[in-house]
Ligand binder design. Structure first.
Ligand code: PNS
Length: 198
């Protein structure tokens, strides 16, 4: 019997409930599904590839036929390497369609034997993206129900580190400014005392 293996490539920075919803749907129609995190040296991600891998591994631990891997280079080359026959991608809204169609057709041109399969996550995740989750978390908004609790926890840790770093940087700038101001006052005092003497 033919077994169908698919890859689900993406950035997953961070993985969201929308990703998890798609993984669950994909795991039901494919015999094997590999969640493949792109190692992109050009991007400056919030989470390292290892952090994303750990989060996705915990999130998918309950699915027997789902594994997590990382790759660089072309998605189609990776798919070929792991002997996958399909690429799974999610389409949330019509706005995703143009970019996804372009990618799917380019991937087909590069590797005609590989099929792209689109699936739609639940409507409640149709507005959800990793970029918005990062932005909301960075600006102190609630990310409950948008990401699994373990991802929310990691995001809170990241924000704490960033806030501490910003506080320390602000203190250092403040100290420099105070030092500069007191230096200025000292110079003014010296000038005034010189004027008095003369
Ligand atoms: O989660 P994302 O950022 O929407 O995922 C995009 C991804 C990783 C699927 C896409 O950028 C990709 O496939 N990159 C690998 C390089 C590649 O194959 N480029 C040609 C795509 S047509």
């Amino acid at each position: 019997m033919k077994r169908v293996k698919a890859i689900y490539p993406g950035s997953f920075d961070p993985p969201t409930n929308g990703h998890l919803d798609l993984i669950e749907r994909g795991s039901k129609i494919f015999d094997e599904l590999i969640v493949a995190i792109l190692r992109n040296p050009e991007k400056d991600p919030l989470f390292s590839v290892n952090e994303r891998r750990q989060m996705l591994e915990s999130m998918t631990a309950g699915f027997d036929n789902v594994s997590v891997d990382t790759f660089n280079g072309l998605t189609v080359d990776y798919a070929l390497r792991v002997e996958a026959q399909a690429i799974l991608r999610g389409i949330r809204a019509i706005s995703d369609y143009e970019y996804e169609l372009q990618m799917a057709l380019m991937n087909r041109k590069l590797q005609p034997g590989l099929e792209t399969v689109f699936m739609m996550p639940a409507e409640k995740y149709s507005y959800l993206s990793s970029r918005l989750v990062r932005e909301v978390a960075q600006l102190g908004g609630s990310i409950d129900c948008l990401v699994p609790e373990l991802v929310a926890q990691k995001l809170r840790e990241k924000m704490d580190i960033a806030n501490k770093f910003n506080d320390a940087a602000a203190r250092e700038v403040g100290q420099h400014a105070a030092g500069f101001a007191s230096g200025e006052r000292e110079s003014e005092r010296k000038i005034k005392s010189r004027k008095k003497k003369s």
